[in-house]
Design a protein around this ligand. Structure first.
Ligand SMILES: [Ca+2]
Length: 406
């Protein structure tokens, strides 16, 4: 029987991380619920209303706002939809590249071009299959959005070789003010590659809008280094945003068991994975390559969580709807099932509150042009939620009554 035990051990060791299924064959039937009553919740900085706008989305991953008031939403199995201002939801739009629909892989981020009003370009990040269809890598494609979908789609970035069995692809896309874009590319659960400059695993890359390499990238001209790399030593980045005032890039990444962290990635710097981490392997063992919580030549995290919330989505709040949350940083928590609200003093994180605790896995958080906060919850019945100020108590359920009108 010893061989049986050994076989079982081998299987366990080789099994993909069982934290997420692709659910690629689940039928998506999204429905608009924005007319339903919202629910009032209380927070440290006052009450707010949470309203379900859409349900029935299958693993929605990212949300984007277009100038005409519509929204684009990705579903991880490979669908891109338009949610119109009147609440109608489009069928899956044409032109989306074929995704590698396994585990955490599939259609991921969606971001309009900064010049969308003129160029109508939409950028997508996704897990792209290799030619055999048995491995995936992070890729970015862009196409012009018309009524039926994307046209003229071209792939402007891809991880080669592809090493992912369905885990650790990232990925978020953020445009900087100079028109370049940052793309996070996960380590594909091949952690050592995050330290290798001749690989694109575990990196943030910086590209021109057409996918070409900016001449001032930090490793341009260095032999043996991929010139697209901006920063390295990353694990799995599912949140990036520009700070609204300093205009610097902020990112966060999943640690293993413990050690989720926030970084302010600077050009050419090493963010430590897997040499330095505050986390352990899921087995409880130390990370094999780690020398400790710090390592020579690597940057310490700007902020870290000893217990991983499993973070995804990142948005700084700037808007008029919630003055009490001005310049706060919002991050979704998957395993932690919460909306994390961080208060800042300059760049320093000085306070954390968890909103919507225990309700759902939160995959994405965005601030709309209306100043309201939009969330995507993860699951086969994923939802688009909106946080609104408490304005009209009569619109809420249950009815809120106060004698003094205050
Ligand atoms: Ca790190």
């Amino acid at each position: 029987m010893a061989w049986l035990a050994a076989c079982a051990l081998t299987l366990a060791a080789c099994a993909p991380v069982p934290d997420e299924d692709s659910d690629a064959d689940v039928v998506s039937t999204p429905a608009y619920r924005g007319g339903d009553a919202g629910e009032r919740l209380d927070g440290e900085r006052g009450g707010f209303v949470v309203r379900t706008l859409v349900d029935g989305l299958v693993h929605p991953w990212s949300l984007a706002f277009l100038p005409d008031g519509t929204m684009l939403v990705t579903e991880r199995p490979g669908r891109l939809r338009r949610i119109n201002a009147d609440g109608t939801i489009s069928p899956p739009l044409a032109g989306v590249p074929t995704v590698y629909p396994r585990g955490q892989s599939g259609l991921l981020d969606v971001v309009p071009s900064p010049g969308f009003a003129e160029d109508h370009l939409v950028y997508l990040s996704y897990g792209e299959p290799n030619w055999r269809g048995n491995l995936g890598g992070t890729a970015v494609a862009r196409g012009r959005l018309g009524a039926a979908g994307l046209a003229g789609v071209e792939v402007i970035f891809r991880q080669e070789p592809k090493l992912s069995h369905g885990t650790h692809l990232g990925s978020r896309i953020v445009f900087a003010d100079d028109g370049t874009l940052f793309v996070s590319a996960g380590d594909n659960r091949d952690s050592g590659k995050a330290q290798l400059l001749d690989h694109l695993q575990g990196k943030i890359v910086r590209l021109n809008a057409d996918g070409s390499i900016p001449a001032d990238n930090p490793f341009v001209g260095r032999e043996g280094a991929r010139p697209g790399i901006w920063s390295y030593g990353h694990r799995n980045i599912q949140g990036m945003a520009l700070h609204p005032r300093t205009r610097e890039l902020w990112s966060h990444e999943h640690g293993p068991m413990g050690g989720d962290e926030i970084n302010l990635p600077q050009p050419g710097r090493n963010y430590g994975w897997p040499l330095a981490t505050f986390g352990k392997e899921y087995s409880g063992a130390p990370v094999a390559e780690a020398v400790g919580t710090s390592a020579p030549g690597t940057e310490p995290p700007h902020h870290y969580w000893a217990v991983s919330p499993a973070i995804s989505g990142m948005a700084f709040y700037e808007g008029n709807a919630f003055p009490q949350w001005q310049c706060n940083l919002f991050i979704g928590a998957l395993a932690g099932q919460a909306l994390i609200r961080l208060e800042l003093d300059g760049d320093r994180i000085v306070h954390e509150e968890r909103l919507l605790q225990g309700r759902a896995r939160i995959r994405d958080v965005r601030v709309g042009p209306d100043g309201l906060v939009y969330l995507l919850t993860d699951g086969t019945d994923g939802k688009l939620l909106r946080l609104e100020p408490v304005a009209d108590a009569s619109a809420l359920a249950p009815a809120v009554e106060t004698k003094d009108g205050g």
